[in-house]
Design a protein around this ligand. Structure first.
Ligand SMILES: *[C@@H]1O[C@H](CO)[C@@H](O)[C@H](O)[C@H]1NC(C)=O
Ligand SMILES: *[C@@H]1O[C@H](CO)[C@@H](O)[C@H](O)[C@H]1NC(C)=O
Ligand SMILES: *[C@@H]1O[C@H](CO)[C@@H](O)[C@H](O)[C@H]1NC(C)=O
Ligand SMILES: *[C@@H]1O[C@H](CO)[C@@H](O)[C@H](O)[C@H]1NC(C)=O
Ligand SMILES: *[C@@H]1O[C@H](CO)[C@@H](O)[C@H](O)[C@H]1NC(C)=O
Length: 528
């Protein structure tokens, strides 16, 4: 569902009226109820998935407001906001952000600029055809912020640490002076890459100019990547310690060292940075080869076999948290047949494991519940996934999150959204900004919080990530064949061509989050 005339004009698109008529089933648009989840049975979601998506996008889009998800003044994302325990209205804004949240924001804008009707439903539901220009205008403001940040803190070489984004000028967040993480920035660079592709497809001069501006930023971070993150022998710093963030990268007194002996060598989200170094990093070819060799130990095979389901060959997870799939929203991994099949198998395991363990939802690293007495979030639950197919066995499984479903959505929207629905129908799991961060499986508490990570991952997955844009740009850059070659080489080494369990269906939810006496948020109650 793309705009037809978009790439030609940029601004003057097809009229709002004809877009409305183009909706699935020719239905007239309606503003869905805030608590729409309760109006849909699982069967409805499976049968009328596109209509369900239309409701979902409308409400998740309410998160995208100035002072909630982003700062209109500087174009930068905010981490998210906490919600009032009774009403669900926003309370404490998280006035900080990071490159990973920026990546989600930019991926969303890339698809809006490319003419995705779904991205427009999220961003500008009142006038779908205004989405590309709207997204581009925020990207223009954002670029100025990135340039300014680079001027103020040249030692970051254009990259972003955790940042404070509530003032016009972005500053380094507490605890991040002279430090920069690789993983989040790997996510960011490919989002920008996709967005440049989308911008360039518009012939209008303002889009072209913006594309050039972002390409300059990307070229610059490519030029500093190896200097800042690579320390030789195939090793990339997980976090780099900068000698002095106010000194330019190439200043004779500037230094870069890995903060610890913790390297970015995972086959998960961190791999986005490896591919960036491979294609754009300024380092010798033999070192590029070493990057892949160094990473090999962590790409491992595992077999899911539990509760009568299996064996299913999967890639071993760290926790097998859905978060680990993030890179697959950015790079066209699924163009390699064995890789696509392998990750589809992973979703067989993910969905069926929750049926086998009688869980009403899916697992991913997520914020724990709110303590209603003190109105604080109890903490962050990193260890959430599937222990039997993960390297980390010690896990916590009392909390599920709607974003656990986004990797399923990448393969099967209907089944993925059946899981998403199954979690949001829990008490308090919808609020005036769409879905809520997480719920305890016993229904006793939720995390009264909304964040890019827990919400927009699913939205971006519904848009197919940005793999289509990245693929096209890789082709024009002449690096696509090499991407396919490396991806195939690394996976065939470990998995060969044969996988077990490919005849097993994705599983649908069978349990529900019980009603344990929580009341829905009063500003998002069922009204039917
Ligand atoms: C919708 O947006 C387009 C593009 O910005 C604009 O030309 C058009 O006038 C808008 N339509 C309405 C009804 O506001
Ligand atoms: C970042 O700052 C450096 C100076 O430290 C400058 O040479 C470079 O062009 C700037 N890059 C961007 C993208 O603004
Ligand atoms: C580098 O640091 C030393 C010691 O602090 C100082 O004397 C020198 O002037 C600095 N070099 C430059 C080019 O700033
Ligand atoms: C959890 O909270 C942190 C800090 O506020 C935030 O960055 C993150 O996006 C939240 N959600 C998830 C799923 O990580
Ligand atoms: C999550 O919060 C609950 C309290 O609701 C607590 O018992 C549990 O230990 C927390 N889990 C983690 C992993 O922090």
């Amino acid at each position: 569902m793309k705009f037809l005339s978009l790439s030609l004009t940029g601004a003057a698109l097809v009229s709002g009226a004809s877009l409305k008529e183009a909706r699935p089933n020719g239905k007239t648009p309606r503003a869905p109820s805030c608590r729409f989840g309760l109006q849909w049975s699982q069967q409805d979601v499976l049968e009328r998935t596109d209509d369900f998506i239309w409701d979902l996008l409308y409400w998740e889009g309410k998160f995208h407001q100035n002072d909630v998800a982003y700062n209109a003044e500087n174009g930068m994302s905010y981490d998210g906001t906490q919600l009032d325990w009774e009403t669900g209205e926003r309370t404490r804004k998280h006035d900080f952000s990071a490159a990973s949240k920026e990546a989600l924001q930019i991926m969303l804008y890339a698809q809006a600029i490319a003419g995705s009707e779904e991205a427009a439903r999220f961003l500008t539901p009142g006038n779908l055809s205004s989405a590309p220009a709207f997204a581009a205008s925020i990207m223009e403001t954002k670029l100025k912020s990135y340039q300014q940040f680079n001027q103020t803190y040249p030692g970051f070489g254009g990259y972003l640490p955790w940042i404070k984004t509530n003032e016009a000028q972005v500053t380094v967040a507490d605890g991040w002076n002279d430090r920069v993480p690789g993983l989040d920035n790997g996510e960011l660079v490919w989002a920008v890459y996709a967005c440049i592709e989308a911008l360039q497809r518009h012939f209008a001069p303002n889009f072209q100019k913006l594309a050039t501006g972002w390409q300059e930023w990307l070229d610059y971070v490519a030029s500093t990547a190896a200097e800042i993150f690579y320390i030789g022998k195939g090793r990339v710093c997980a976090v780099t310690a900068i000698g002095d963030q106010s000194l330019p990268v190439w200043h004779s007194n500037q230094t870069y060292d890995c903060e610890s002996e913790f390297y970015l060598d995972d086959p998960y989200e961190g791999e986005t940075f490896t591919y960036f170094l491979e294609f754009f990093g300024k380092m010798p070819k033999k070192d590029k080869h070493k990057l892949w060799e160094y990473k090999r130990a962590k790409l491992e095979k595992a077999e899911y076999n539990q509760g009568g389901i299996g064996p299913i060959t999967v890639r071993k997870g760290y926790w097998f948290s859905s978060h680990e799939i993030w890179n697959q929203m950015e790079l066209p991994y699924y163009d390699v047949d064995i890789v696509r099949r392998l990750f589809l198998n992973g979703e067989r395991a993910r969905t069926c494991n929750s049926v086998v363990t009688k869980s009403p939802g899916l697992y991913a690293s997520v914020n724990n519940s709110t303590d209603p007495e003190t109105d604080t979030i109890i903490g962050y639950i990193s260890p959430a996934g599937i222990p039997s197919i993960a390297s980390q066995k010690d896990q916590y499984h009392d909390v599920v999150t709607p974003y656990g479903a986004y990797p399923v959505v990448l393969f099967d929207k209907a089944v993925g959204l059946a899981w998403w629905r199954n979690m949001v129908i829990g008490k308090k799991m919808q609020n005036p900004y769409g879905s809520t961060e997480s719920t305890q499986i016993d229904g006793k508490l939720v995390s009264a919080l909304v964040t890019w990570d827990s919400k927009v991952t699913t939205v971006v997955a519904l848009l197919g990530g940005v793999t289509d844009l990245v693929r096209d740009r890789m082709r024009s850059d002449g690096i696509y064949e090499r991407f396919v070659e490396i991806t195939k080489r690394e996976h065939v080494r470990v998995f060969g061509h044969h996988l077990k369990g490919e005849d097993i269906d994705l599983c649908l939810p069978e349990e529900q989050v019980p009603d344990a006496g929580l009341e829905d948020f009063t500003s998002c109650e069922a009204q039917f």
